[in-house]
Design a protein around this ligand. Sequence first.
Ligand code: ASP
Length: 310
Amino acid sequence: MTKTLLAIHGGAGTLLKSEMSPEKEAAYLAALNAALLAGNTVLASGGSALEAVEIAVRSMEDSPLFNAGKGSVFTATGEHEMDASIMNGKDRMAGAVAGVRGIKNPVSLARKVMEKTEHVLLAGKGAEDFAKEIGEPFESEAYFHDELRYKQWQMVKGTDTVKLDHDLNPEKKLGTVGAVALDKQGNIAAATSTGGMTNKRYGRVGDSPIIGSGTYARNETCAVSCTGSGEFFLRGVVAYEVSALIEFKGLSLQGACDEVIQKRLLELGGDGGLIALDRNGDHALVFNTEGMYRGFIKEGEKASVSIYGS
Ligand code: ASP
């Protein structure tokens, strides 16, 4: 039996170290630990990597600290439009939703798109109608209202400025969330969920729901979940690029992640990071920003969570 692994991220943009209070840091680390525990409980009981990444991401979607689900940022029109995706490395089945409003756990809706439809990606009203049909839980606008996010939006409202939530001073908060896992059966999976970027245009879709850009999983190569300025991750087809470098160039997991995040993404001018693992038990948590909220647990070992440079 394979030794299980689980890695998570809560966004590649972090509070500057100088702005981080011990209380805030403790809250963020506790939320990361809770997500790791939730996902790892699935893996420890023999559950699938697919199930584990969904559960870990749901845990972060339910926290107001992260820009996903409950803590999603505001669009230019003062709403919350969320994107999410999930992919199973065993058969490369995938599901995603884009620009959905009111959905409590977009990652679970993405999984339902994968399992209950012939499609990979449903957007906007079509995705919301599908959610109603299958009884996926919705929440009211009040559930998604967060005072800090609201202030962030007020700072750029009415301008053309589009911001990663962590770009915004002084009330910077966490970003997109994601998870990658390896289960006892030796299968891997990845999932990503986000509220996108503050003050984004109505209808803007980032990399997170795009298979190959924000999320990718293939047993033969790796499972990847990304975070950062989505337009660059879309143009760089980042998650698939990591897989391709392993498959076609024979790079190691760490080598491929470094090449993409520290070189190719920077060449495009993009900032962000990713988490990745493979079925050999290797993992990589890579970012070109000051920090990335992240956590990792290997079967039989203690969980580790961190925020700033490696
Ligand atoms: N990648 C996300 C997006 O562009 C944002 C983030 O990772 O914080 O929608």
